[in-house]
Design a protein. Structure first.
Length: 154
């Protein structure tokens, strides 16, 4: 499957490489609820609490976003997608990896199903956007973050 993606991406890149290279790319791991132990929110928060410095950026800054990105990249590498992630990293201005649960899902009996991670990628892309977009979306992100308990900050 990665080979098909890589071939398709390379063909697209040849047609519009200068336009594509400036775009931020959110790499989505869909149906991440199937891999909660490896890339779920509890796993990411636990890793961050235990050793945030291990997931710091080159300047030594730490955040839950850096931890999420690193944990998810490791997961993708373990699944055989290292070349795909490296290709995207080399071709685009910025990339980040996001675990996203299934949106429509049967809940366990007596419980409601609450999807997670659905908005983070969209807000990360908006964070890369211009100042005018940030002014509009910051209040919305703050409300979603407040009520979902997930980090969305722009």
């Amino acid at each position: 499957m990665a080979t098909v993606f890589e071939c398709g991406f390379k063909a697209l890149k040849d047609k519009a490489s200068t336009k594509l290279s400036t775009l931020p790319v959110a790499i989505i791991i869909s149906k991440s609820d199937l891999f909660k132990k490896e890339i779920g929110l509890v796993k990411i928060k636990t890793e961050h609490s235990r050793n945030a410095a291990a997931y710091a950026d080159p300047e030594g800054n730490t955040s839950l976003s850096f931890t999420r990105n690193s944990v998810c990249r490791t997961f993708l590498g373990n699944q055989g997608f290292t070349n795909v992630v490296n290709l995207l990293d080399s071709e685009f201005k910025s990339t980040a990896v996001f675990p996203v649960s299934a949106i429509g899902h049967e809940a366990a009996e007596g419980k409601t199903y609450e999807p997670w991670g659905v908005m983070q990628a969209a807000f990360w892309i908006l964070k890369q956007a211009d100042t005018q977009s940030k002014v509009f979306f910051n209040p919305i992100a703050a409300l979603i973050e407040k009520y979902s308990g997930e980090e969305l900050s722009l």
